[in-house]
Design a protein around this ligand. Sequence first.
Ligand code: NAD
Ligand code: MG
Length: 390
Amino acid sequence: MSRKSITILGATGSIGASTLAVLEASRDFDIYALTAHQSAEELLELCLRYKPRFAVLGAEAAGQQIATSLRAQGSRTEVLVGAEALKRVASAPEVTHVMAAIVGGVGLPPTFAAVQAGKTVLLANKEALVMAGSIFMTAVERSNAKLLPVDSEHNAIFQCLGQSTTVGPSVNRILLTGSGGPFLRTPIDSLADVTPEDACRHPNWDMGRKISVDSATMMNKGLELIEAAWLFGVPADKIEFLIHPQSIVHSMVEFIDGSVVAQMGQPDMRTPIAHVLAYPDRQVSGVSGLDFAALADLSFETPDYQRFPLLGLARRVASEPLCQAVALNAANEMAVAAFLDAGLPYREIATTIEQVVSLIPRKELLCIDDVLDYDHEARSLTTELLSTDD
Ligand code: NAD
Ligand code: MG
């Protein structure tokens, strides 16, 4: 078998770091390209260590800075810049696998390019699938790409279905678990005053800032519902939310005979990442097994939709035309960024998204360019609403 070769989109992020850690232990991949947005210093270090053929950065100045340093140190890594370069390294003929780990909708074009080129796509970037839905899944089918879920819940469901994305008539329901985030027990009245630091302090997982806020609002679980509906080809009402504060059970599938199959493990993304890298085999990930006797408690509860209004909104949007999911995602990205960097009060994340989803005119989206145009429209509307709030 020819050697596997991987591009890591978003190599400097949390998923990127875990992916490189797993790859380092197994060494059965060549690293074709590593990409980052602005963190030139970090990408430079990764290039010196992993010697990819290409490094891609978002901006010209950062690109030149790292190219000069790489040359000075005798590195042969070639530096490219910009969105077209991301698509190029995601679809190059030499590449067999693409880890899609850019955060947000900006990850859609290169992830989609990887799909169209028929790669094995390891999908962490859930926003890409939420936005492109049926268009994405049709492209997977047409190009014969292999789509493997990295998101821990979806990876768990995939494993519970016997390493498959097919949900047959023997499946009763899918139980999508979530920890409930840092505000599961915070008195609802005091949510008005929580800070970005409070929101990013996740009890179990160590993640990038955007997904940490999504976990606090539980929009992450809402996006995951839409992601799961597309990945497994099921209506959203076959998928139930279940709060599980310990994050040990990563999701479950219930069959018609009453059997419930769960996938469990430490809350550490190296496990699902190792699983998709080695698929259909298994490899070590560096994560230890569970000490069941030491686990104090495994508890489950239904979510409180008043505390987490975005869960209800995402569920409604999941059965609406695709444009609504694009609007939901775009408004969420903008509102979360405004909360993190511009003082938007925490509770206005949800109200802003609700407004955008209800105000934006609906449109039929037939191709990726339609999706990207509509995403742009939804972002403009969100910016407008955020600025009139001041
Ligand atoms: P992160 O913020 O730690 O890293 C994001 C990466 O994307 C970085 O390498 C950054 O340079 C790159 N990036 C950001 N903006 C970009 C832009 N405009 N253009 C090009 N590259 C850009 O995020 P993360 O936590 O690693 O999450 C990555 C994705 O994986 C997200 O979609 C998230 O929902 C998903 N995910 C993450 C986890 C986790 O545990 N961190 C779990 C499941 C799914
Ligand atoms: Mg997840």
